[in-house]
Design a binder for this molecule. Structure first.
Ligand SMILES: Nc1ncnc2c1ncn2[C@@H]1O[C@H](COP(=O)(O)OP(=O)(O)O)[C@@H](O)[C@H]1O
Ligand SMILES: [Mg+2]
Length: 267
């Protein structure tokens, strides 16, 4: 595979010394059948911004995203550096549970536990030794408020999460991720199982969450990337083609391949 990650090719939208939430340096991901899914990818993600990862199906967006909180450990070999507050969290001695607490993940399909709404949110907290009811109640309320679903759910906290609508389940999953006080939220096509109204509402919520969290979202929906994100990374065949402020990528891409992809003249 030819490496197109050269300086002339993908433009960096940042000044030196801007605060970054997380960064990868020469990240490579090989699935166990040795398929080289991510090739030498160096990217930085700015704090309190929403960065969208776009690209064709199979281009490596999810693979890259899952590597950031060590979710590929069992299925792939991941080499290179993942810099989080000056620590390389890709090292073998790193506590991956702590990594996943600080870097939470929301998946394509809402995946609440078969438990009550309340227990979904408090499950991880109890395992971390937070057991006082007042403290748990407070976190349940704050997390559901941040996920913009408190008003809908506050009177049924002890009902099963599985009885909720898809949109409500996805918000509950966001609340569950927020309950352990992460800094970064990884979202892999979080609205693809939702109807248009729930999708629009969730996009609104993401913009509010940006004030407190750094969000990296994979989306196959280019309009969604344009609507919600501050920065956009375009992946192709396991490599970054172009990285820029979202409005620049969408109005004036620097690379022909990006232009082709955005205008639908791809492949
Ligand atoms: N668990 C896996 N084992 C082997 N290959 C995988 C696995 N997951 C993804 N891949 C392959 O890696 C490539 C990138 O996949 P993925 O990251 O899911 O792309 P995207 O999210 O952009 O659609 C694809 O060719 C896919 O088939
Ligand atoms: Mg994917």
């Amino acid at each position: 595979m030819k490496n197109i990650n050269t300086d002339e090719q993908y433009f960096y939208p940042f000044e030196a010394n801007e605060p970054m939430a997380i960064a990868t340096e020469a990240l490579n991901v090989y699935y166990h059948d040795e398929y080289h899914a991510i090739n030498d990818t160096s990217l930085q993600f700015k704090q309190n911004q929403i960065t969208a990862l776009i690209g064709a199906s199979g281009s490596g967006k999810s693979t890259y995203l899952r590597s950031l909180n060590r979710m590929n450990d069992e299925v792939a070999k991941v080499t290179g550096t993942i810099d989080y507050h000056g620590v390389d969290i890709n090292q073998p001695d790193i506590d991956v549970y702590e990594v996943r607490r600080r870097i939470g993940m929301v998946f394509q399909q809402p995946n609440p536990f078969a438990k009550s709404i309340y227990d979904n949110i408090t499950f991880a907290l109890k395992r971390r030794g937070i057991t006082k009811k007042a403290a748990l109640d407070e976190i349940v309320e704050t997390s559901l408020k941040q996920a913009a679903v408190w008003d809908q759910l506050k009177d049924k906290l002890h009902q099963s999460a599985l009885a909720l609508s898809g949109g409500q389940q996805q918000r509950l999953c966001i609340a569950r991720a927020l309950a352990v006080k992460p800094e970064i939220l990884l979202m892999d096509e979080p609205t693809s199982a939702l109807d248009p109204v729930s999708t629009a509402q969730l996009e609104q919520t993401m913009k509010q969450l940006r004030e407190q969290y750094t969000i990296i979202i994979v989306t196959h929906n280019m309009q969604q990337a344009a609507r919600v994100s501050d920065y956009t990374v375009f992946f192709n065949a396991g490599q970054v083609v172009e990285y820029n402020k979202t409005n620049k990528i969408f109005t004036r891409p620097k690379i022909q391949l990006t232009d082709d992809y955005l205008s639908g003249n791809f492949g």
